[in-house]
Design a protein around this ligand. Structure first.
Ligand SMILES: CC(C)(COP(=O)(O)OP(=O)(O)OC[C@H]1O[C@@H](n2cnc3c(N)ncnc32)[C@H](O)[C@@H]1OP(=O)(O)O)[C@@H](O)C(=O)NCCC(=O)NCCS
Length: 184
């Protein structure tokens, strides 16, 4: 059943390609993680604002684990697509790969999830179109995003409870095996 104001995932899928130039390198000669994060934010914005047809802001970033370093001279490609939509928020999944043309390698460096919220002209969150899921992969991604949201809520509550428990009864025994000592 087709509904009004729903958009296909394909409609907003966005790819960003960027050559890694020496100015992006850290002191170790590898690409700064911050450069990659900034590019991911850019492609997440392009993808989310195309789906929403509106200005969007970044609310949270999940799963940023750089699994492999990126070198100067490599071509980084970022594939962004909307995985999930709520009322005003969207989760944009971004797969990042780095290609070395000289030695012919392709590395998957990370897959991260950006939560973006659409805003109207007065700066208030506004409703975004729904999502038409057209294959099993898109259904799986939507369900996974729902699960991550649920797990994040549980994690937040548990962390808050753990913090409160540590405040009331700090357990210095927990630190015995750690590389620190208490010097109050
Ligand atoms: C994100 C923001 C719009 C939320 O505003 P709010 O008044 O709390 O609005 P709401 O409670 O209606 O939340 C709006 C949506 O954001 C989602 N949201 C809010 N905080 C969130 C968080 N920490 N993680 C994921 N989603 C979040 C809500 O679930 C809601 O989604 P839904 O409409 O799909 O259900 C507001 O905090 C903001 O503008 N933050 C600054 C964002 C920004 O400027 N980013 C650039 C980097 S500085």
């Amino acid at each position: 059943m087709e509904k009004e104001n729903y958009r296909q995932v394909l409609y907003s899928q966005t790819t960003l390609n960027e050559l890694m130039i020496p100015a992006y390198a850290n002191f170790g000669g590898k690409i700064h993680g911050g450069i990659l994060l900034s590019l991911m934010d850019k492609v997440a914005y392009a993808c989310a604002s195309k789906h929403a047809g509106n200005y969007c802001v970044t609310v949270s970033v999940e799963n940023v684990d750089f699994l492999q370093p990126v070198d100067v001279g490599e071509m980084v490609s970022m594939y962004a697509s909307v995985h999930y939509v709520g009322r005003t928020s969207m989760v944009v999944g971004i797969k990042v790969i780095a290609e070395n043309f000289k030695i012919g390698t392709v590395k998957h460096t990370n897959t991260s999830y950006f939560t973006m919220v659409a805003k109207d002209d007065s700066g208030k969150p506004c409703e975004v179109p729904g999502l038409i899921l057209e294959n099993k992969e898109e259904v799986k991604r939507f369900l996974e995003a729902m699960k991550r949201r649920e797990l994040r809520a549980t994690y937040k509550t548990e962390l808050q409870n753990a913090r409160l428990a540590l405040l009331t009864a700090p357990e210095s025994a927990l630190l015995e095996e750690e590389r620190c000592f208490i010097k109050l």
